[in-house]
Each structure stands twice: as C-alpha cells, then as structure tokens.
Write a protein that binds this ligand. Sequence first.
Ligand code: SAH
Length: 354
Amino acid sequence: MSYIKGISGKIDIKSLDLEELGSKIRELGEPAFRAKQLYEWMHVKMARNYDEMTNISKALKEKCREHFDFTALESVTVQESKLDDTKKFLFALADGNMIESVFMKYKFGNSVCISSQVGCRMGCKFCASTLDGVERNLLPSEMLDQIYSIARITGEKISRVVVMGSGEPLDNYDNLLKFIKLLTDENGINMSQRNLTVSTCGIVPNILRLSEEKLSINLALSLHASNNDKRKELMPIANQYEIHQVLDACKTYFDRTGRQLTFEYSLVGGVNDTDEDAAQLSELLGGLNCVVNLIPVNPIKERSFQPTDREQALRFKNKLEKNHINVTIRREMGRDIDGACGQLRRRHLEPVEK
Ligand code: SAH
C-alpha cells in the first residue's frame, strides 16, 4: 500500500484513514485499538501533538514520532473584520509556505473556507492567488488542519466547509478526495457531505470523475461570464474547456448526485455585468436546478478590474430573477481584511513598503 508522505518524507499520519492507520500500527507491533485511540485524538479531539494524547503510552508516542510526520498548522496572524464576524487566518505549513483560511459566522452556523493548494496555476485574471502560479498541492491533513485549527482557536463549532480558498481543488484531486473521506468519516469529526462545497473553475474531466464518486457534496462552478469569449478573457481555463462543455459536466454532476448546483459570478464593472450579459446568462442557465451567487469583484492592486456598483448589481440580479433564475448577491464578507482569495498571503510575501 502506498501511504501519503508528509513534508519530511515520512508517512503523514493525519492523512491516513482509520484502516490505513490500523495497518501501520499493527506493523509497529501495537494492538489495533491503539489506532482507534490515535485517530480519535487527531480527528475528534483535534490534538495538535502527541503530548496531548493522555492515554497513549510514551513508547508508542516515540514510535509514532519516528515513523510519521504530524501535520499541525501554525497560526501566524488572525485578522478580524470590523464589518462582520469574519476572521481571516494565515497559517504556516511545516515547509514554511503560507496559506490562508477564512472563518465566517452566519445565523445558521459557522463556515470555514479552506485553501487546497499553495498558490494556483489556473490564472484567473481577477484573482490574487494565481499571480505567482502554484507552489504545491496541499496534503489532506493540511486541508483538514485548517478546520481543526480554526475550531480550536475560536472555540466554535464548524458546521459547513467550503473549498473556495486559494488553489483549484480539482487540480489536487486525489488529496481532495482523501480530505473529503476524512472530514466526513463517522469515526472523525463526521461532517455531513451535504455541508461541504467544492468550488472549481471548471476542469471538465475531473467534474465528471467527481460525479462518479457517489458523494453528496455540493459543487460550485466559477462561471463569471455569459459566453465563452468573455469567459476566455477572464479565465484561461476557458481555452481548454468550452462553456457548454463545462455546463454539461455540471448537469451530469446534478443528474448523478441530485445536489443543486451553484454558479459563482463575480461582477466586473463593464466587463461581464451588462444587461445583455444578464440576458445571455439567463438563457445559458435556464431550466437548470441551480443558484447563482453574484459577488462584486474584489479589486486587487495588481489588476485594474473594478467592481460593479450596487445599482447595476441589483439590476443584474432582477433581470435573472425575472427569468426565473435563483440568485443571491453574496455579502462581501471580510472585505476590510483582504477577504478575497490569496490577498492576505500575498501581502505577507511582499516586502513591507517604505
Ligand atoms: N479555484 C476554485 C476555488 C477558489 S476561488 C474556483 O475557481 O472556483 C473561489 C471563488 O472566488 C471563485 O469563484 C473565484 O473565481 C472567486 N474569486 C477569486 N478572486 C476574486 C476576487 N478578487 N473577487 C471576487 N471573486 C474572486
């Protein structure tokens, strides 16, 4: 069996499912129930190290240290929004890379938005995460530990997770799947698959693959345009997969899973927010069981895109509604704390301006 390796090259203990951990623990000459105890410490009690594991013998802890990497993210900064209850976390990984995650408090429960890669290689024009390309994929444990760390630091229960931070989750497919397995495992924190949303820029073969996995997670597609030419201007992935191919893949996902689709549409002033865009978008999505999330683009200083103003955003929304499309204008949470993808990490990477 090939196990996922951590940063130092040893097996990454927090990326193992209970069965895999059981085999490893037996190989180390320990009884299988020890695996269950270790798993519970990591994935239910969210322990940050072996020292916290009070019912594990010193000898076993030593063996574990020798054979495994233990992923525990280090919180570098926490920014708290003054406008809402959003908190943005910058975490350091064991190799010194930085990632960001966002905690959002809603009336109906708390959500965490996690990153799936360090950086991103998809090149969307308005997005800060992709400006330096991708550095590496995150391990399943590094995705999980964003949630565990935030739960520990805030003391709050996390009821929903969205994979909408930096990175393209379907470009890190195998680790994403393992992450989903661990997050929704009844022996772990046992989150319902229905409370997990994965957002993609539209890697068609992997959407189709995901639709075969017999999961009931939600799929969000970053659409951002009403036709392929405009989409190409904003998202290089549109050169690879034509807009109708992407929508067909989403339909297949819906047919196989029964989960309502979400389309993300960042409104960019004068680029994709005209009345004609609203009409084309309505036609494109007509008849689909879906909801459109409109969000005025969050300007990044490296690009000149400007958000659509409130009035035009409402006009756009009304037009879709008239055409019977479910639509919401998403609250721009945490705008004052570099809330958009990759902004905080970039700020950290840059030298302080004099
Ligand atoms: N790669 C995935 C998930 C990460 S991005 C995807 O493309 O869906 C999460 C969402 O934020 C995407 O819809 C993305 O297009 C959007 N986004 C990124 N930067 C943004 C910005 N500056 N303003 C508004 N939305 C942005």
